[in-house]
Design a protein around this ligand. Structure first.
Ligand code: PGA
Length: 252
């Protein structure tokens, strides 16, 4: 089963507007064709419209979060409809930083996954364990629970429209990457959970690895059987590094 690779940048709360525009201009010049690899930059919400206007043929723009409701008295929040109408393609959901600092739970992630699908946005559903859990040897069980809850009441047809990102919390922004084997093993376990839920459709759902992916380790990670791309924080801030990662994923 060949799944097209996806390289997703997650800018988090970095880059002022001029830097963001310059990055997109630079990357558009050399980003590989979307026939060979999917690429997306998930940018701060305030620039989404400006970036979508400049996204070109191959590079797509995504959001980093959204509310699950259409509208309401939720100061500071952004609805699925709002981000859809500016033209973004992807939305990161359930990132561990949102789970840790902004009360994101498996239940809200599930509501957001369903809202994203209803608005034809592609959710990148993040799951992953803490160092404590990794050391206790219960990673697979914890990640299984996160996947089952995120996909509650999501049909097979809709699950096929999603992407999963496995991001061990201890590897995010720490320079500590999971070894390719560790990452691949957990991703296989996640695919096993998707198989329980959706049978063979599990083989068509892309599962990314995230956590200190960089120009040095990307080749080894993408050579693994079940790693279908990367969700990249730090290394996605530099256009040359992002292009390197995207090229590394071509025809993998
Ligand atoms: P990192 O971030 O690549 O800087 O570790 C990954 C992420 O949080 O998505």
């Amino acid at each position: 089963m060949s799944r097209k690779k996806l390289i997703a940048g997650n800018w988090k709360m970095y880059k002022v507007k001029d830097d963001a525009l310059e990055f997109i201009y630079r990357v558009n010049l050399d980003v590989p064709s979307k026939d060979a690899v999917d690429t997306v930059i998930c940018a701060p919400a305030i620039y989404l419209r400006d970036l979508v206007k400049r996204e070109g043929e191959n590079l797509r723009i995504g959001a980093q979060n959204m509310h699950y409701l259409e509208e309401g008295a939720y100061t500071g929040e952004i609805s699925p409809n709002m981000i859809k109408t500016v033209g973004v393609t992807y939305v990161i959901l359930g990132h561990s930083e949102r789970r840790a600092y902004y009360n994101e739970t498996d239940e809200t992630v599930n509501l957001k996954v369903k809202a994203a699908i209803a608005h034809q946005l592609i959710p990148i559903v993040c799951v992953g364990e803490s160092l404590e859990i990794r050391e206790a040897g219960t990673t697979d069980a914890v990640v299984r629970e996160q996947v089952i809850k995120a996909y509650k009441d999501v049909s097979k047809e809709d699950a096929l429209k999603t992407v999963v990102a496995y991001e061990p919390i201890w590897a995010i922004g720490t320079g500590k990457t999971a070894t390719p084997t560790q990452a691949n093993d957990t991703i296989k376990a996640i695919r096993g959970v998707l198989r329980e839920l959706y049978n063979d459709a599990a083989d068509e759902i892309r599962i990314l690895y995230g956590g200190s992916v960089n120009v040095k380790n990307v080749e080894a990670l993408l050579s693994e059987s079940d790693i279908d791309g990367a969700l990249v924080g730090g290394a996605s801030l530099d256009p040359e590094a992002f292009l390197f990662l995207a090229n590394a994923a071509v025809d993998k």
